[in-house]
Design a protein around this ligand. Structure first.
Ligand SMILES: *[C@@H]1O[C@H](CO)[C@@H](O)[C@H](O)[C@H]1NC(C)=O
Ligand SMILES: *[C@@H]1O[C@H](CO)[C@@H](O)[C@H](O)[C@H]1NC(C)=O
Ligand SMILES: *[C@@H]1O[C@H](CO)[C@@H](O)[C@H](O)[C@H]1NC(C)=O
Ligand SMILES: *[C@@H]1O[C@H](CO)[C@@H](O)[C@H](O)[C@H]1NC(C)=O
Ligand SMILES: [Fe+2]
Length: 455
């Protein structure tokens, strides 16, 4: 009898999922989850100095950049001056679209968004904002032309906030010279943590991330902390501060909302979804995603990556299964289209899944367990930027078989795409030296090389 049980277990292990997942025993040094005081995010000096400078991709393919900034006192100057490295005598100017908003008793500064287009690929550009002695200069490098074997490295961060731990995470990312653009999986400033959603915390966050976001594009995803829906203070418009401050090139992918869109960058096709917008059948997001996925040409962009805030596979007690209804809606499409990676935040911990799917269940068949699936994405939860809400340190025990690695720590990751088949992924705790990789794996492309990976 005992022998039979052993054989049965062996069989389970070979046919089914191997329960090789590990829960890290790393013990993070305890520190309080408190925001850095507002005074420590000073405005740059000079009258009406441009601040909160950040850039994102401004078109479908990476030849466009949206440059955003705030002028606190006056609407003007509302222009960005830019030039290619080595061509100072060929300066160009683009005017911004300027907006501002009120939130309860807060009034924003002038928020500028200037879209510059038709830049050369893989080229260093400088840009200047402001005037005379309050001019500020920044730079960025455009991505290489879209193509199947173009190496490119993305940084990945989520749920960042503006605590001392957030600063560790961001400083680590900035000192990691590899990252060329950031995939931000939502929950930015956590201004909504404060009474009346004190929107000065949106300003301080803009100043906080400038050291990275002014120099390389951050690709934005909306999280629940972007909602700022507060009927108790008559703030009824979801995403009001976020949508005024963070513009994205959604029209370039025929989206009708900045909350879901896609871009191509180097060898990656990135699809951004909104956990907090309607996604059921017949909704705008559903219709858009349905027609978007077949457009992806893996011979042009081999790496298909989806960003969404609320995770679809996660084994933490915090926010458990909040992403489930969206998973049920969209997971079959992602598996059919061999998505490589799904990156999510929301849970303030780190977790990486096996390649698994759970698409058979139809309420009558009882097939509700995830199974190993070579066509399925790996799901990464990286809501571990280090915000004011603290750590999600309570994992479901025992570790479910779909979970490959999990750890209650803060940090960031990088994804180094090498060519159409190989990408090297590393996750870095923010209390280690920034070169230490606590989790690393070679990802194999699902379209070109769907072999099994091992970490
Ligand atoms: C800029 O110049 C003005 C006068 O031209 C001066 O009042 C101001 O202090 C200067 N600001 C800075 C930051 O140097
Ligand atoms: C907004 O209202 C809060 C609460 O009444 C108050 O503490 C704060 O000073 C006000 N801010 C402004 C800019 O009026
Ligand atoms: C549900 O799945 C079972 C088992 O695969 C299948 O026999 C049945 O037809 C399915 N029901 C529907 C409504 O698709
Ligand atoms: C793709 O990159 C991997 C990792 O650097 C390398 O081992 C492999 O040979 C490359 N493939 C081709 C076709 O160059
Ligand atoms: Fe969240």
């Amino acid at each position: 009898m005992e022998f039979i049980t052993v054989v049965f277990h062996l069989l389970l292990h070979t046919v089914g999922l191997c329960s090789g997942g590990s829960t890290s025993q790393y013990v993070r040094k305890a520190e309080p989850a408190i925001d850095i005081p507002l005074e420590l995010f000073p405005q740059p000096s000079g009258y009406n100095a441009p601040e909160q400078v950040h850039i994102t991709q401004g078109d479908l393919v990476g030849r466009g950049v949206i440059i955003s900034w705030v002028t606190p006192v006056e609407r003007h100057p509302n222009v960005v001056t830019y030039w290619e490295d080595g061509k100072q005598d060929e300066k160009h100017k683009t005017h911004s679209i300027t907006t501002s908003y009120r939130y309860y008793n807060y009034s924003s500064g002038y928020i500028h968004h200037a879209t510059i287009k038709k830049l050369n690929y893989d080229t260093l550009y400088f840009y200047e904002l402001g005037k005379q002695n309050v001019t500020r200069r920044f730079s960025f490098t455009t991505p290489p032309k879209v193509g199947p074997d173009v190496p490119y490295t993305f940084g990945i961060m989520g749920d960042l906030g503006q605590t001392y731990a957030s600063k560790q995470t961001l400083d680590h990312y900035v000192s990691n010279p590899k990252g060329q653009a950031v995939l931000m999986v939502g929950d930015l400033s956590y201004a909504d943590h404060y009474p009346f959603h004190d929107n000065r915390r949106w300003d301080s966050w803009g100043r906080f991330i400038e050291k990275s976001a002014a120099y390389q594009p951050w690709i934005w995803t909306a999280g629940n902390h972007e909602l700022d829906f507060a009927p108790e203070i008559e703030e009824y418009t979801p995403f009001k501060p976020y949508m005024h401050r963070y513009h994205v090139p959604y029209r370039a992918s025929q989206s009708t909302s900045p909350l879901w869109y896609s871009i191509k960058r180097a060898s990656a096709y990135i699809i951004v979804l909104s956990s907090y917008s309607a996604y059921g059948k017949y909704t705008p997001q559903y219709k858009w995603l349905k027609q978007e996925l077949p457009k992806v040409n893996r011979a042009e962009t081999p790496w298909l990556i989806v960003l969404v805030h609320s995770p679809w596979y996660n084994s933490n007690n915090y926010h458990f299964m909040e992403g489930e209804s969206m998973r049920v809606m969209y997971e079959p499409w992602l598996v059919q289209n061999k998505v490589d990676l799904v990156l999510a935040g929301h849970v303030h911990s780190y977790e990486r899944s096996e390649r698994i799917s759970n698409v058979q269940y139809n309420i009558t068949d009882g097939l509700s367990t995830p199974i190993k699936d070579a066509s399925a994405p790996v799901y990464i939860t990286i809501g571990d930027g280090g915000n004011i809400e603290g750590m999600a340190d309570s994992f479901i025990d025992p570790q479910p078989s779909y979970s490959a690695y999990r750890e209650a720590s803060f940090g960031h990751a990088t994804l180094e795409i090498k060519n159409r088949t190989h990408a090297y992924y590393t996750w870095h705790r923010n209390q280690d030296s920034d070169v230490v990789a606590a989790d690393s794996i070679w990802f194999y492309n699902r379209y070109w090389y769907p072999n099994e990976e091992s970490s």
